[in-house]
Ligand binder design. Structure first.
Ligand code: URA
Length: 226
């Protein structure tokens, strides 16, 4: 069962936004990674812990079917098992930081990749590269990007999956932090896509960074910040 209660349908983003329970532990983990003075190894370690929670929550949203087993003491356990095939798709570069957590939970999972960048002239998101499992149309997809800011990249990535035949309701977008503008962009255009996040930020600043935010996630995670 999902631990992150979906927001009530009257909430501005609809019932497909799943916000992790805002526990003290989660706030403490966020406190480490939001600190501008955090050491890189702490940023990687503690963001990884939150990402593991998000992945588990994403897996909670998959369909399950009954699967009974017999226990060592001869009793039936009325269990469940995953009812669908799944795969991950990371949006390069920051989404690659979420692949390890997905592999911990699902060691043999297939993970595709999408590279989308904003065209310098048109300012529109442009698909540069994609490598996806050939049978992706029959799978549920955990789409991975830790930052949901304007939503432009997320929308383009979801469109790539739809063009490959993935059902909209089979897409679970997993993101570390999100801003209302980006959540609205995704949930209005694709109301059947599920969005899992650990924090809803206040807003974007004039440079499209989230506030209070985390800075540039990719640079901090991969150690390419100045
Ligand atoms: N990407 C980031 O890395 N950080 C933001 O705040 C927004 C987009």
């Amino acid at each position: 069962m999902s631990t992150a209660s979906p927001l009530p349908p009257e909430a501005p983003f609809g019932h497909n936004l799943h916000l992790l329970p805002q526990t003290n532990q989660l706030r403490a983990l966020h406190t480490v990674i939001r600190d501008r003075h955090a050491r890189r190894e702490d940023f990687v370690f503690y963001s990884g812990r939150i990402i593991r929670m998000l992945i588990e929550e994403g897996l909670n949203l998959l369909p399950f079917e009954p699967h009974d087993v017999e226990t060592p003491v001869g009793r039936k356990y009325p269990g469940l098992r995953f009812a669908s095939e799944i795969c991950g798709v990371s949006i390069a570069r920051a989404g690659e930081s979420m692949e390890a957590a997905l592999r911990v939970a699902c060691p043999s999972i297939r993970i595709g990749k999408i590279l989308i960048q904003r065209d310098k002239v048109t300012k529109l998101p442009h698909l540069y590269y994609s490598a996806l499992p050939p049978d992706i149309a029959k799978r549920h997809v955990l789409l991975l990007d830790p930052m949901l800011a304007t939503g432009g990249t997320a929308l383009a990535a979801i469109q790539v999956l739809l063009d490959r035949g993935v059902a909209e309701e089979h897409i679970i977008f997993v993101t570390l932090i999100a801003v209302p503008q980006g959540i609205a962009a995704v949930t209005r255009r694709y109301p059947r896509v599920k969005v899992v996040t650990s924090s809803i930020e206040e807003r974007l600043n004039e440079h499209a960074y989230m506030l209070p935010g985390i800075g540039d996630f990719g640079d901090r995670y991969f150690g390419t910040d100045k």
